[in-house]
Design a protein around this ligand. Structure first.
Ligand code: HAM
Length: 417
């Protein structure tokens, strides 16, 4: 039997209502903040991610699904959504429209990672991006949108971790401090970290290798190297969150795994998850748009992993119930089946979800099916009912039944929704 590719997951019909629940909340919160949906291609030119996400990141160096198309062009399945939105913004001249620009997306993304709980090769994100404001109010708006989304899902025990990784000027000093700190240990660290030391020493802080982690614990913290402007910006973001009563902790270990960030970075984590505890991550990335050819355009955004959100909802017993069939129409013979089919059509037209027999089953088998699909009511139609113009309507929860006229069935069911 052909199997699903490693690191991918089917969302089966019994589970897709969970996805829809999360997607509905995402759309609802995002639109209240004035974000409109954007849809960009699943694959882009490889160069977009190599330049945008950064060629010292694990995502670009190890995890991209890159292929040559039939025209010999190098293409890559998007490993995240930010770079594609930035490209679309530039290519479509959207800076000429209403600014700040605010867009959200619900996408699949692809990373060739070692699969484990909460880490997939195809996963899904709800993300939001805001361009055109360098003010701390924009950082706060992105964080508050993320916070409201998670709280409207009902998630408990979520921690917001906040940090500032400064601007290129303060980061240059920090890089020197990190180089000086790691240099005496570098021979004991992994091959990747040895390469990172010269190219981008901050990436070492993100290394997943246990042997390297023991050296990162006591490394200098970026917060001690921020310039005055970056420090003031960060304090202002913190003040806005305090004002909005959103609890957070400052964690100088949060550096994020993608290269485009500057100043504020943040992650929402959950203890309900194992090693992959981050449900949502984001930050400011003022350099990305100009690096892709735009005039300098400050930007901030985030993305949440849908599969991880489902894991937390499930661990906290917060999963919404699957939609149920309101009524199953059971026809006992051929003429009753015809009546049931016509009645079903009429009820569906009036907004009532219903099913009927499509395989000429016995009444007993139909009752079993109605039970399996969780039908709230079963309306039985046989010869006598056809003649009387009524159905025998059974309330499956109360195990009681009563005769209801066909013409009054819709009203009866609507009254019991
Ligand atoms: P990221 O931290 O790489 O950021 O991913 C955001 C979220 O996607 C993670 O917190 C996690 O929930 C989920 N995620 C990432 N990789 C996987 C995976 N392999 N399997 C399952 N879930 C995963 C970004 O992608 C940035 N583009 C976020 C952003 C938007 N920053 C600014 N704007």
């Amino acid at each position: 039997m052909i199997q699903i590719p490693k690191g991918c997951k089917d969302a089966l019909p019994a589970e897709t209502h969970l996805w829809q629940y999360i997607e509905d909340r995402a759309r609802s919160v995002a639109s209240r903040y004035g974000f409109r949906e954007i849809r960009t291609p699943t694959f882009e030119q490889t160069e977009l991610f190599a330049r945008g996400v950064g060629d010292t990141t694990d995502v670009v160096t190890k995890e991209m699904y890159t292929f040559l198309d039939k025209g010999g062009r190098s293409m890559t399945l998007r490993p995240e959504g930010t770079a594609g939105v930035a490209r679309a913004f530039l290519e479509n001249g959207l800076s000429g429209g209403a600014m700040p620009f605010k867009a959200y997306y619900l996408i699949s993304a692809f990373r060739y990672e070692r699969p484990q709980a909460g880490r997939l090769r195809e996963f899904h994100q709800f993300g939001a991006e805001l361009y055109g404001s360098a003010l701390p109010e924009a950082d706060a708006e992105a964080i508050l949108l993320a916070h409201d989304f998670l709280s409207e899902l009902g998630l408990q025990d979520i921690t917001l971790k906040l940090n500032s990784i400064g601007c290129p000027a303060c980061r240059a000093k920090y890089h020197e401090a990190l180089k000086a700190y790691f240099a005496p240990h570098i021979d004991e660290m992994c091959e990747d970290c040895r390469a990172r030391l010269e190219k981008n020493p901050m990436r070492i802080l993100d290394c997943k290798n246990e042997g390297c982690k023991k050296f990162t614990a006591a490394a200098p913290a970026i917060t001690d190297y921020l310039c005055d402007d970056c420090r003031t910006h960060f304090e202002h973001v913190c003040d806005l969150l305090k004002g909005a009563n959103v609890p957070y902790i400052i964690d100088s270990r949060i550096v994020r795994g993608l290269d485009y960030y500057s100043r504020t970075v943040f992650e929402f984590t959950s203890d309900a998850l194992g090693a992959q505890s981050t449900v949502l991550g984001g930050g400011r990335y003022d350099g990305l748009l100009s690096m892709l050819g735009a005039k300098p355009t400050p930007a901030v955004g985030f993305a949440a992993g849908i599969e991880r959100l489902i894991m937390v909802l499930s661990a906290q017993n917060l999963l919404p119930e699957a939609p149920v069939c309101e009524v199953y129409l059971a026809g006992m013979d051929a003429p009753s089946r015809v009546k049931a089919a016509l009645l079903a059509h009429e009820l569906r037209g009036r907004g009532i979800s219903c099913e009927t027999d499509l395989v000429a089953r016995s009444l007993k088998a139909q009752m079993k099916y109605a039970d399996k699909i969780g039908a709230k009511f079963v309306a039985v139609i046989g010869e006598a009912e056809l003649e009387a113009g009524e159905a025998e309507v059974k309330d499956m929860r109360a195990s009681a039944s009563e005769r209801i006229k066909f013409s009054e069935l819709a009203q009866y069911l609507q009254g019991r929704k």
